[in-house]
Design a protein around this ligand. Structure first.
Ligand code: MN
Length: 267
C-alpha cells in the first residue's frame, strides 16, 4: 500500500515521527509535510507563489520532503508532482491538540486528510488531546489499532475519517466511540493592547471552551475519555434546506436580471 504521511504541526513534529514509526510496516510510506507549523491553516492553499521543497532527515530515522506551504499544498503537490505514483492512503497527524467540533473547520490536519480524500485516496486524520501526557508513541499505538480496523472494514477511496485520542492518563482510553461532529459554538478570548502610534492590536488567547456540546458529539465523547471516530465528507450542502430554498420566487429575480436586456430589445 502506498501511504502519504503529512501533518500541520510541521515535518519535524513529534506526532508525525511517532505515527511514522507506528505505520511504517503497513506499506511504502512517503512523508510530505509543511516546513513550519501550520496549525489552524484550514484548507488554505498557496496561489500565485512558489512552494519550495527540500529533502530532510527526520529525527535521523527517515527522510521526508518539507514544503514551504500549507498542509493542503503538501498533499496536492505530493499527488501532482512529488510522488511517482498516487498514494492510496493519506494519513495526517498526529496533531498536538484535539480536532473536534467546529475546530475541524480550522484544522490543517483534517484539511490535509480531506485533500487526500478529494484526490481519491482513503484518508484518516489523527489528533491527540492536550491537557494530559503528550506521549505520541502511546497515542500512535492507539492510532495504529484504530487504523487496522478501518482498513479491514469499509474505508473506501475518497472516504475521510477524523480520529481524536482523548487526553492521556493512567489506565488508557474509556473505549472507542463513533461520534457526530459537534457544531457547538466556542467561547474564546482576545487580549488587546495599543501601540505607541495608537494602533490597536488583538491576539486570540489559547483559552477556549465549547458551549453546551451535545452528549453524543465528538467533543463530549473525547472529553469523557473516548477515542472518537467521525466520518466526514467535504459536501457542505445543507440538504434539509435545498427544498425550502428552491421554493423562493426565483422567477422574480430572473425577471430583474433580464429586464435591462428586454428594455434594450425594445429600442
Ligand atoms: Mn496542529
Amino acid at each position: 500500500m502506498r501511504i502519504l504521511l503529512t501533518n500541520d504541526d510541521g515535518i519535524l513534529a513529534p506526532g508525525l515521527v511517532a505515527l511514522h514509526a507506528a505505520v511504517a510496516d503497513l506499506g511504502e510510506v512517503s512523508v510530505v509535510a509543511p516546513a513550519s507549523p501550520q496549525s489552524a491553516a484550514g484548507h488554505g492553499i498557496t496561489v500565485g507563489g512558489e512552494l519550495a521543497v527540500e529533502r530532510v532527515s527526520i529525527d535521523g530515522k527517515f527522510w521526508g520532503l518539507s514544503v514551504e506551504g500549507r498542509p493542503a499544498d503538501c498533499v496536492k503537490l505530493a499527488f501532482r508532482a512529488l510522488l511517482p505514483k498516487m498514494p492510496e492512503l493519506v494519513l495526517s497527524g498526529i496533531n498536538a491538540g484535539a480536532n473536534t467540533g467546529i475546530n475541524v473547520l480550522y484544522s490543517g490536519t483534517v484539511a490535509a486528510a480531506a485533500e487526500g480524500a478529494m484526490l481519491g485516496a482513503k484518508a484518516v486524520a489523527f489528533s491527540l488531546s492536550t491537557g494530559g501526557d503528550l506521549d505520541f508513541t502511546r497515542a500512535a499505538r492507539y492510532c495504529r489499532a484504530v487504523l487496522e480496523i478501518l482498513l479491514e472494514g469499509n474505508l473506501e477511496s475518497g472516504h475521510l475519517v477524523n480520529v481524536n485520542v482523548p487526553r492521556l492518563k493512567e489506565g488508557g482510553p474509556a473505549g472507542i466511540c463513533i461520534a457526530r461532529q459537534s457544531v457547538a459554538a466556542v467561547d474564546e478570548k482576545y487580549t488587546g493592547r495599543r501601540d505607541a502610534e495608537g494602533r490597536d492590536h488583538y491576539q486570540l488567547t489559547d483559552w477556549y471552551g465549547f458551549l453546551n456540546p451535545t452528549a453524543e458529539s465528538d467533543v463530549a465523547a473525547v472529553e469523557r475519555g473516548y477515542i472518537t471516530l467521525t466520518p466526514l465528507h467535504v459536501d457542505l450542502t445543507d440538504s434539509s434546506r435545498l427544498e425550502s430554498l428552491s421554493q423562493l420566487p426565483w422567477k422574480r429575480a430572473m425577471e430583474k436580471i433580464e429586464a435591462p436586456r428586454r428594455r434594450r430589445g425594445k429600442r
